[in-house]
Write a protein that binds this ligand. Structure first.
Ligand SMILES: Nc1ncnc2c1ncn2[C@@H]1O[C@H](COP(=O)(O)OP(=O)(O)OP(=O)(O)O)[C@@H](O)[C@H]1O
Ligand SMILES: [Mg+2]
Length: 319
């Protein structure tokens, strides 16, 4: 295994911020750590980066134990949330900085490498600009180039897009994914945004209260959540007991109709959201009243509050 994290625990005094965390990462994979605020994502990332020592457990990179290797000695690079660029240096100088410290390349080779990386992140034309004159997205690109130019074996990113506005976040995450694929770089990406995790990851690690709850490909996590926490953290879910079995149904899998179907209910909520509409349907399951949510595409929103409707489940996941 390329990167192997084994039973890592981090205690701060008596408080366990990360509990028995294990993860295997293949070379070239993009892994997201996803979970609510305070669940231990940053703590885990800082242990991979070497900025914190695990209280228990081991971290191996290409079969070498790096658990206690200091950050500057491990081939791991981190892009921080606030980018941490050097304000007194221009764009090119920022990217060159780490290379100069390493002192292994000639001046010409360093310059070529830095320019190539600026080209990859689309910042060549800004190379002489002061970083304080850049927009958030541009600073993000420089921070990425500065980390990538060092050729790390693993690139760590802690909520790198959280300072950007919604549109730019989507654009940057697509770019990061593209660059990651092109360079085949192994990356661990921290986010608490489920859509972000789903869209860019090969695998998602869902965490809660310091523990790994589920590891899987985005589709697996979404379609086959292991428990209600995962089902509700990633997307929305109707949770029901039918014939003694606990199930979840995603709202987009609840099909409504005026014609007779398996279940019956009354529409009590309607929320028009543009490309889809969310309905709340009052219905009885297991002799209890439930509100079942159904998401229908914008073109199918002919149902109104107080309508008696029938519905079926297009797909069910058993817990
Ligand atoms: N140096 C520290 N000393 C004591 N407790 C800490 C320390 N660093 C983190 N913690 C605690 O460990 C827990 C996990 O923190 P962490 O920063 O890893 O969470 P996170 O998942 O990154 O959250 P967020 O999404 O808000 O960034 C929190 O309860 C936090 O208060
Ligand atoms: Mg954090």
């Amino acid at each position: 295994m390329y990167l192997n994290i084994q039973n890592v625990t981090k205690e701060f005094d008596k408080f366990e911020a990360v509990k028995n965390f294990s993860l295997e990462v293949k070379e070239g994979e993009l892994i997201s750590l996803l979970g609510p605020s305070g669940c231990g994502k940053t703590t885990m990332l800082r242990m991979i980066g070497g900025f914190l020592n695990p209280s228990k457990g081991f971290i191996y990179l290409e079969n070498k134990d790096i658990t206690k290797t200091p950050p500057e000695k491990r081939p791991v690079s981190t892009v921080f949330q606030n980018y941490a660029l050097f304000p007194h240096l221009n764009v090119l100088e920022n990217v060159l900085y780490g290379l100069k410290n390493k002192k292994i390349l000639s001046k010409k080779a360093m310059l070529e490498k830095a320019i190539k990386m600026l080209d990859i992140v689309g910042m060549t034309e800004y190379k002489s600009r002061s970083v304080s004159e850049l927009s958030g997205g541009q600073q993000q690109r420089v921070a990425l180039a500065r980390s990538l130019v060092l050729g790390p074996k693993v690139l760590l990113m802690d909520e790198p897009l959280s300072n950007l506005d919604a549109k730019l976040r989507v654009k940057m995450r697509e770019e990061i994914k593209k660059i990651q694929r092109e360079l085949k770089i192994t990356m661990i990406f921290v986010t608490h945004d489920q859509e972000e995790a789903i869209s860019i990851s090969d695998k998602i690690v869902v965490m809660n209260e310091g523990k790994v709850i589920q590891i899987g490909a985005p589709k697996e996590i979404y379609e086959k959540p292991e428990n209600i926490f995962v089902a509700n953290f990633i997307g929305r879910a109707n949770t029901l007991i039918i014939k003694g079995e606990k199930i979840i149904v995603r709202p987009e899998n609840v099909q409504l109709s005026f014609q007779e179907k398996s279940y019956k209910g009354e529409i009590i909520e309607k929320n028009y959201l543009g490309f889809f509409t969310t309905y709340g349907i009052k219905s009885f399951f297991d002799e209890k009243e439930h509100i079942i949510y159904s998401d229908l595409l914008g073109s199918e929103n002919e149902f109104e509050i107080k309508d008696e409707v029938f519905f079926d489940f297009k797909s069910i996941h058993y817990l």
